[in-house]
Ligand binder design. Structure first.
Ligand code: 8YV
Length: 328
């Protein structure tokens, strides 16, 4: 437990919203990252040797080696974000270091971005915009940039947690019929509210959908859940949308399928090797590629920061922080 009267040393790896940084300075002995550079491994190691609380983000890879070599002061990793695949939670647990995240506050923004990608890729929004910006638009034509209607099509949601459900509610309003695969079936009330169909077999669902959208977390169990074999089950005319994590899809195989015309398109906000993007994905007209901005709203970032503050303060006060993450 931190000593009474002495402020807890908190090291924050990236710039957070100013209001959050200011409050963090008031509450704790806080070290900020003024120029917002991504910490090198050595910098992370130094921070973890000294800090009592580390506030990392998705851009910090906190693996078992770093955790094993952290100082005895480090008691809490209060991550800024919901996904915790960048932190080895099992190692942290074995070192008695708590890990927290910021769930719930990104749900609606990420669901909005999913709908934006569904619409953008099927209605060729970014392709049309590129045409205008390149000065290549010669005016309206009956057959120009024809996309696919989404109304009446089938959406297969992989992972029906908070975000998957928020996507289902929106998609229903756009006339999509909702299908889902999840580790467990949701209560009947939910299924009837959304007219959602549960597929115990992911393979069977994939083969019958017009849009597939990924909403499960990245864990060892979901690594390449959309494997090469499963990707090949998807219909030629279908679109793949991913606002979760790149590791859930075998990106190399998805790229091959797009290249060969075996998928209609992909709307992606996340990638297997961020920030590296496969150059082939960049070269296709039928991909919409976003720079991991699913939750990037001012309100969302402030809510995430508030959650980080609450997790740290609760811990400092001697209680179990509300958003503790346990090993899978
Ligand atoms: C965050 C995310 O912006 O919270 C998550 O899991 O993927 C993003 O929306 C990022 O992780 C912040 O660390």
């Amino acid at each position: 437990m931190p000593q009474i009267g002495k402020k807890t040393l908190v090291i924050v790896t990236r710039r957070l919203p100013e209001a959050i940084e200011a409050r963090m300075m008031e509450l704790f002995d806080t070290r900020l990252n003024e120029d917002d550079h991504v910490f090198s491994r050595a910098e992370l190691q130094d921070a973890m040797a000294e800090a009592e609380v580390l506030v990392p983000t998705v851009t910090d890879r906190i693996d078992s080696d770093l955790i094993q070599s952290s100082g005895k002061n480090l008691k809490l990793i209060a991550s800024f974000g919901t996904g915790t695949d960048h932190i080895d939670i099992t190692s942290a647990e074995s070192q008695k270091i708590l890990v927290t995240n910021t769930p719930g506050v990104l749900t609606e923004d990420t669901a909005d971005m999913t709908m934006a990608l569904i619409l953008a890729v099927s209605r060729r929004l970014t392709e049309g915009e590129r045409k205008i910006r390149a000065g290549n638009w010669e005016g309206w034509a009956p057959n120009a940039l024809l996309g696919q209607r989404i109304w009446g099509k089938r959406l297969g949601i992989v992972g029906m947690g908070r975000i998957g459900q928020a996507v289902a509610r929106r998609a229903r309003g756009f006339g999509l019929t909702i299908h889902y695969h999840n580790r467990y079936r949701l209560p009947e009330g939910f299924e009837s509210e959304l007219g959602a169909t549960y597929w115990e077999s992911l393979d069977q669902m994939l083969a019958r959908m017009d849009f597939i959208s990924i909403h499960c977390p990245s864990t060892p169990a979901t690594y390449h859940l959309l494997s090469a074999r499963r990707l090949r089950l998807i219909q030629k005319g279908a679109y793949v949308i991913n606002t979760s994590r790149g590791h859930v899809i075998d990106e190399a195989e998805m790229t091959r399928l797009l290249e060969n015309g075996d998928l209609a398109g992909a709307g992606l906000d996340v990638y297997e090797h961020e920030p590296f993007i496969n150059p082939k994905l960049l070269s296709f007209e039928n991909t919409v590629l976003l720079p991991h901005i699913g939750s990037a709203t001012l309100e969302g970032r402030i809510d995430m920061g508030e959650k980080v503050l609450i997790n740290i303060q609760t811990f400092v006060d001697g209680h179990s922080p509300p958003d503790r993450v346990l090993p899978h």
